[in-house]
Design a protein around this ligand. Structure first.
Ligand code: SF4
Length: 371
């Protein structure tokens, strides 16, 4: 099993908090799509014949492409890797790009999952963040997807937003769970270096929400989503039974994936590759047939730390039986103190972080790393 990730770096405009690679140069979209198809052909050996079961268009804003441009990339993936065993094909969309015609065309190309960046259902906060849509547009977009026959709908929410009172957050959660969405990802607002939001913080024009308040917001979210029937299957991800993201789950369980496009990362079990996050450099290199990615070979220590980091973020946790006996013993010894403080749970050969401690998971996991 393997996955293909396609990075579409175009955005109609930049949100103030964004730390992803994206550009507003949408006039380059047609040339970029051709470059992606060339890259897929160049890298046909990367997955060593593994079956592609998931495809994910992320960004940026993939819905800035036309359905035919997305279809062109899907057709290239089909020709290069085959898609007979595809189980999940996701396209990230901005709510205000969604129309019945757009979603129907995506569905006809085989898209069976839409992931929508909603962030909040509060119009003042949406304006503050620089989002293009309103709360009403987000609600309508979800209903349009469902009517077009795509029932596997995920939305992204944010918490820890300046000015997001408990009532506003509660409203965000209630609106979300009243909608026919099957999956919710929710992230705490971060102040990405060099983002406009980070500059506003330096100039004291924005006061970040303190850690204790963010932790309380995280607890409120977990409680609400659990009571609405959502499984909390990864630190930031919740789903109704059977609707976990297959593509993202494969990142967490070490499944190989090929990432194509500017700034995309790939992983094959032994090394990581990454393309330049520069549209011109990416397209020029691909068009000249030169290798465009850099590679980092992962040491046994890197692979061990990465496995700990990714698996302990999930509700299932780390299965010690998947580690060499010596590593299994040493991680259990390092975990003793954390287990005694109930920061980690150990049962049935699995170490896992209880939901009540998930908010501080990074600091728990890092104490288990090999130096
Ligand atoms: S739409 Fe997404 S990728 Fe584009 S600027 Fe906003 S947060 Fe960044």
């Amino acid at each position: 099993m393997a996955g293909v990730y396609v990075h579409i770096p175009f955005c109609a405009r930049r949100c103030i908090y964004c730390g992803f690679y994206s550009t507003v140069r949408e006039s380059e979209a047609a040339r970029y799509v051709s470059a992606i198809c060339l890259e897929l052909e160049h890298r046909r050996e990367y997955l060593r014949g593994a079956t592609v079961s998931t495809v994910y268009f992320g960004g940026g804003t993939p819905s800035r492409l036309t359905p035919d441009q997305i279809g062109q990339v899907i057709d290239c993936i089909r020709v290069v890797f085959g898609l007979d065993d595809l189980i999940e094909l996701t396209v990230e969309c901005n709510p205000d790009d969604i129309t019945p015609g757009y979603v129907t065309a995506l569905r006809d190309y085989g898209v069976n999952r839409i992931s929508m960046g909603v962030q909040t259902f509060n119009d003042d906060l949406l304006r503050f963040l620089g989002r293009r849509h309103t709360a009403a547009q987000a609600v309508e977009a979800v209903n349009i997807c469902l009517k077009a026959g795509i029932e596997n709908i995920s939305i992204d929410l944010m918490y820890g937003l300046p000015g997001q009172t408990p009532d506003i957050q509660q409203n965000d959660l209630s609106v979300a769970t009243d909608l026919p969405v099957r999956h919710i990802s929710s992230y705490c607002l971060s102040y990405e270096e060099n983002s406009p939001l980070d500059r506003m913080r330096s100039q004291k024009r924005v006061i970040p929400v303190d850690d204790d308040t963010c932790a309380a917001m995280y607890d409120r979210m977990c409680t609400h989503l659990r009571s609405a029937g959502f499984d909390h299957y990864e630190i930031s991800n919740f789903c109704l039974p059977g609707f976990h993201s297959r593509h993202n789950s494969s990142y967490w369980d070490g499944t190989p994936y090929l990432g194509v496009g500017a700034g995309a990362h790939s992983y094959n079990g032994m090394s990581r590759q990454w393309n330049p996050d520069d549209l011109d450099a990416y397209m020029a290199a691909i068009e000249h047939g030169s290798p465009v990615y850099e590679t980092e070979r992962l040491t046994p220590k890197d692979l061990y730390n990465e496995k700990l980091m990714l698996s302990l973020r999930t509700a299932q946790g780390l299965n010690l039986q998947t580690l060499p006996a010596q590593d299994s013993l040493s991680v259990l010894q390092s975990a003793e103190n954390l287990i005694s403080k109930a920061l980690l749970l150990y049962d049935n050969h699995h170490l896992r972080i209880p939901e009540s401690q998930m908010f501080i998971s990074d600091s728990i996991i890092s104490t288990l790393f090999k130096d």
